[in-house]
Design a protein around this ligand. Structure first.
Ligand code: ADP
Length: 569
């Protein structure tokens, strides 16, 4: 804040765009910014830090954006990512798009170059029409054109990011706006706190009755919980409905822990059977997209009727006819459903629940046998069995998970007991979210984080180990190293390594050591168990490189069927 003398001789306090952006964010409870500084936003980060907003500086903007998105999912408030003009902005876009796809509230604030120069394509420093470039990747994109609109722009970005279906919002602030000055008290009057940013949305009573009619007629009802249900923080209402009806439930990967995976009504261990046989399905914050086989046969019964709870009416009927739409926020809808079943109970037919229980028991036994094997070199299941044992002893740990086999197998082996404790590749199956999500989980919760990473997946954001070490975050990165994308044993067709091959002899733990973290290299489940126990207890940064059999793993993990078939060899 600067004091200047007005012509009248009276002292007048001035403020500028930098201070006003920070003031507008603070007025809306933004207490953390994830970013990477450079022209023109370096001073914005400095002003934020000086005014008590925590600033976390990354090594690449995509990770900063991923951290902001994960913060949004965990807190229900928009995570904020700060990027520079041009290339920095572009590096943030994959995270903005990923946040939008996953329905995570996030705001990417980016500085941009001089508008007059950019629009006439005069060859300005890092020139790019950022606003229009961002539009297809965001829920909304706004530009602030003058200092007086900073408060309005921030309020608009916050409201848009969290209301209705949450998503990523782009907020463009040209360099010249950051540098503009105005009278401080007039400026203070231009910022405001958004009232009730994500208002409740109640379902219509007839929609509730219609839904219950469908569920009452079902012989084989099933509840599918998605990450929208986890995000909604309606844990109590969801638990009450599941237990009042006795319906089996299936958690999508980021909804694991909403009810404990050990819950007797969890049908996770009988997933294929539950999906194939269900005749009425209540989708709660889950989309019938590729992750659910689009709700069609052969995975699903063609008889299945769908009841869908979603805040976005446009989601309904996107794949299958929705027999009973329930548009509203999950907390309100589930409260209405609970009230209705309290008045007129619904129960799950015993024949169905015992059919699922039998299948679960068989599959659980198969899993126990797989985990008990101890081959040399180690394979995915054996490493994951060790991780599972340690996490059972450390219930509050947050789990981040990415990779192909590392993702597909960990999702089944690592059970979750607490809600919103698992962050993974999500709707896009995107690689590179690992370190950004891990930073956010540690920063937003203060709890230890274990990132279970394929060696290839880790490479996409691996340099953020330096970030994790710089801030001394309680993050342990477990790298399931089979030396390749999918696996590391493919024979080359020429003199270079095969396209899928990385380096099974790599010592990733040395990357942590280079930046002052702790490194472990393990070759057996027993070594892994003791390294992970020690690493979590240390509450510091570490990498555990797990040497796996390069022949372990299958191409494309569980998604091999998505590869187009080659017509010729
Ligand atoms: P999953 O991948 O776990 O199946 P999705 O991301 O596909 O989950 O689906 C999440 C759904 O939840 C989205 O369609 C989104 O509109 C919806 N959603 C998000 N928040 C809420 C909320 N508070 N109330 C109702 N629906 C919500």
């Amino acid at each position: 804040m600067t004091t200047v003398s007005a012509s009248s001789g009276e002292a007048r306090r001035l403020t500028d765009g930098f201070h006003l952006v920070v003031a507008a964010l603070k007025a809306n409870d933004v207490d953390t910014i994830y970013g990477l500084v450079g022209i023109p936003i370096t001073d914005l980060a400095r002003v934020a830090q000086a005014s008590g907003v925590r600033y976390l500086g990354f090594r690449q903007e995509t990770s900063a954006g991923n951290a902001a998105a994960a913060a949004g999912f965990l807190t229900g408030r928009p995570g904020v990512c700060l990027t520079t003009s041009g290339p920095g902005f572009l590096n943030g876009l994959p995270a903005l798009a990923n946040a939008t796809t996953n329905c995570f509230p996030m705001i990417q604030i980016s500085g941009s170059s001089n508008r007059a120069m950019v629009d006439l394509q005069r060859g300005e420093y890092q020139d790019l029409d950022q606003l229009n470039a961002a539009r297809p990747f965001a829920k909304a994109a706004y530009r602030i054109g003058r200092i007086e609109d900073i408060g309005r722009g921030v309020a608009r970005a916050i409201r848009t990011a969290v209301s209705g279906r949450p998503g990523g919002v782009y907020l463009d602030i040209p360099a010249e706006v950051l540098g503009q000055a105005m009278d401080a008290s007039a400026a203070a009057a231009t910022i405001w706190r958004v009232t009730d940013p994500a208002p409740r949305q109640l379902p219509a009573p007839e929609a509730v009755e219609r839904a219950l009619d469908v569920l009452r007629q079902a012989q084989r009802p099933l509840i599918v919980l998605g990450k929208g249900a986890a995000y909604a923080k309606a844990d109590r209402e969801i638990g009450a409905f599941v237990e009042a009806t006795g319906f089996p439930f299936l958690p999508m990967s980021m909804a694991k822990g909403l009810l404990p995976d050990s819950h007797p009504q969890s049908a996770a261990a009988a997933r294929s059977l539950a999906i194939a046989r269900a005749d009425a399905v209540l989708l709660v914050g889950a989309r019938l997209n590729w992750l659910l086989g689009h709700g069609q046969s052969p995975q699903w019964s063609s008889e299945a009727k769908f009841v869908q709870v979603d805040i976005a009416a446009s989601e309904l009927d996107s794949n299958q006819p929705i027999a009973a739409p329930l548009v509203g926020d999950i907390g309100s809808v589930l409260t209405a459903l609970c009230d209705a079943v309290a008045a007129r109970p619904v129960t799950a037919p015993a024949e169905w629940t015992s059919e699922l229980a039998d299948r679960k028991e068989r599959n659980d036994e198969k899993m126990r046998q797989r985990l008990a094997e101890n081959p040399h070199p180690m394979r995915f299941y054996n490493a994951l069995g060790a991780i599972r044992d340690v996490l059972h002893e450390n219930r509050g740990v947050y789990v981040v998970n990415e990779g192909a086999n590392a993702l597909d197998l960990a999702r089944n082996v690592i059970d979750m007991e607490l809600p919103r404790h698992r962050l993974d590749t999500g709707t896009w199956g995107v690689m590179g979210i690992g370190m950004g999500y891990a930073v956010a989980a540690a920063v937003e919760t203060g709890k230890p984080v274990v990132a279970i990473e394929g060696d290839s997946a880790f490479g996409f954001s691996g340099m953020e180990i330096e970030t994790i070490c710089r801030y001394r975050l309680p993050v342990t990165v477990v790298i399931l190293n089979n030396g390749g994308v999918y696996r590391g044993d493919e024979a080359p067709a020429g003199s270079d390594p095969a396209p899928t091959v990385l380096n099974a002899r790599a010592h990733h733990e040395r990357i942590a050591e280079a930046f002052g973290g702790k490194g472990y290299h393990v070759t057996t489940p027993c070594e892994l168990r003791s390294a992970l126990t020690e690493a979590i207890a240390s509450r510091g940064p570490s990498i555990i490189d797990c040497e796996l059999d390069p022949a372990a793993g299958v191409e494309s993990g569980h998604l091999a069927g998505l590869n187009p078939k080659r017509a010729a060899t």
